[in-house]
Design a protein around this ligand. Structure first.
Ligand code: NDP
Length: 481
């Protein structure tokens, strides 16, 4: 069995307690390795290593930090196929997705913030003839990074790259369900000469290792992506320490199909936004809202195409739907669909586990792409994040009604709108409570734009300058000449 180690102070080390957690392959349901069950002592060692590296990393300057990040990006890119395979085995996602989305985006994250490190963000503001204010931005301190299992290397690098670029050492904890690519990143960072202590990766459970990072008095900022309940807990732990906190949380995103939409494009986009990564992307459009005049035809096509998605071994190049991340998550999705039936929902396709899996995957954590109709917006199925290959379909009559439906949850992460009418698109987009609204597309990402959610979908924004601002503190130096 493969053992994963922590990366602390530029070394690969076992947990001090010698306690380990099993690492399960979702496609087979079998353990294939183990990871450290780190605790507060391991986290403290990582924070000490980060403290020791802190001043030198901050003083290195943006150019050199950028060069280190470019070297890391090159090294990750050179190992793309190995990392894609690891991600697919560890998470259950189709290898084709890991090759085309997860790993290329991790490289892009590192490169983007390597370049961002070069920019001097100081500002000069004159107070008439009286004074000159220089606003400089300094690193925030040790950055605590906690990331989820759905896009493991993609979301980890999305956080560590700006933290490092801005001059902070990092203590990161990836999800215990998907530690493999993060562990490999730790090894790669050592191989390509990142100074010891600058990037520390501590594996273990959220409740122990994650909490220890959030509660550590020497960690100045927490960047978290994960579930809304975990985000609330992290806020409560961090608040008495007055830490900076950025929270990217859950979503229940509307995907709106107007009567004047290009229906082929809307259908292709909806299949992706409903079922990509088995629906385990916070941005997935889990509520499909279709204009009454198009409802029947559109829903028939959606069901037809969802039923034809190729479910199989994630390591098979042709697989379109892989395994869910864990047995517990598969069971939660099953229970959600049962609850939808109890609420009066009609399951139009899916609603169970596939019965034609390859031999190797017989004990894997699979669930068929599922479309549910006939539920009001206030039904639990339309309110709670399921985070799996399950969408509801609902009908609307006019723009005002669909805006009300779109906003009728506690979440506000993203939305998609499909229409040929640019004026309508802009009006509806402005009325939807969400951090991102896509028009005639989904998951089209420019790394410069702010990314995040409103309401229970998060606090703060990531991406571009927002991330660089989060990982720095402004200081005003007011000088009278
Ligand atoms: P969780 O909230 O369960 O976990 C996220 C991370 O937090 C994991 O590393 C987890 O560790 C850790 N963690 C758990 N409890 C604590 C704690 N008390 N203190 C510190 N860390 C803790 O989310 P999932 O991993 O299940 O991810 C799915 C969720 O993430 C969904 O709700 C999804 O919408 C959201 N998400 C949001 C995104 C966004 O950008 N808004 C993007 C992607 C996902 P461990 O795994 O070991 O428990």
């Amino acid at each position: 069995m493969d053992s994963i180690l922590n990366t602390i102070g530029g070394r690969q080390i076992a947990p001090h307690s010698e306690k380990w957690l099993p690492n399960i392959e979702p496609a087979t349901g079998q353990p294939y390795g183990k990871l450290p069950e780190s605790d507060v002592t391991d986290v403290d060692a990582a924070v000490q290593a980060a403290s020791a590296a802190r001043d030198a990393w901050a003083e290195l300057g943006g150019q050199e930090r950028g060069a280190h990040l470019h070297a890391l990006a090159d090294a990750v890119e050179a190992r793309s196929e190995e990392l894609a395979r690891l991600e697919s085995i560890d998470n259950g996602k189709p290898i084709a997705l890991a090759r085309t989305i997860d790993i290329p985006r991790a490289v892009q994250n590192l490169r983007f913030f390597a370049d961002a490190a070069h920019t001097d963000r100081s500002e000069i503001l004159r107070t008439g003839e009286q004074a000159i204010n220089t606003v400089i931005r300094q690193p925030v301190g040790i950055a605590g990074v906690i990331s989820p299992w759905n896009l493991p290397l993609y979301l980890l690098t999305w956080k560590i790259a700006p933290a490092l670029a801005a001059g902070n050492p990092v203590v990161a904890k990836p999800s215990e369900l998907t530690p493999a690519t993060a562990a490999r990143l730790g090894e790669i960072s050592i191989e390509c000469g990142l100074p010891p202590g600058v990037l520390n990766i501590v594996h273990g459970s959220g409740g122990i290792a994650g909490e220890a990072i959030v509660a550590h008095p020497d960690v100045s900022a927490i960047s978290f992506t994960g579930g809304t309940e975990t985000g609330a807990r992290i806020s409560a732990t961090a608040a008495p320490h007055f830490k900076k906190v950025s929270l990217e949380l859950g979503g229940k995103n509307p995907n709106i199909i107007f009567d004047d939409a290009d229906l082929d494009a809307a259908l292709a986009g909806s299949i992706r936004s409903s079922f990509a990564n088995q629906g385990q992307i916070c941005l997935c459009g889990s509520r499909v809202l279709v204009h009454a005049s198009r409802y029947e035809a559109f829903v028939d096509s959606l069901v037809d195409q969802a039923s034809k998605l190729r479910i199989g071994d994630p390591l098979d190049d042709k697989t379109q739907q892989g395994a869910l991340v864990s047995a517990a998550h598969r069971d939660k999705i099953m229970a959600s669909v049962e609850h939808a039936r109890d609420e009066g929902g009609e399951v139009l396709c899916g609603g169970g586990v596939p019965d034609d899996l390859p031999d190797r995957c017989q004990d894997g954590f699979y669930y068929r792409p599922t479309v549910i109709a006939g539920l009001p917006m206030d039904a639990a199925t339309n309110q709670q994040e399921i985070f799996g290959p399950v969408v509801t379909v609902s009908m609307f009559e006019d723009d005002d009604e669909v805006i009300e439906m779109a906003n009728a949850t506690r979440y506000g992460l993203s939305a998609s709108i499909w229409t040929r009418d640019a004026v309508r698109a802009r009006r509806v987009a402005e009325c939807i409570e969400a951090g991102t609204v896509w028009v005639n597309c989904w998951l089209l990402r420019d790394l410069r734009v702010p990314f995040g959610g409103v309401k229970h979908s998060g606090v703060g924004r990531e991406g571009g300058e927002e991330a660089m601002r989060f990982f720095t503190e402004p200081k005003t130096i007011c000088e009278v000449p």
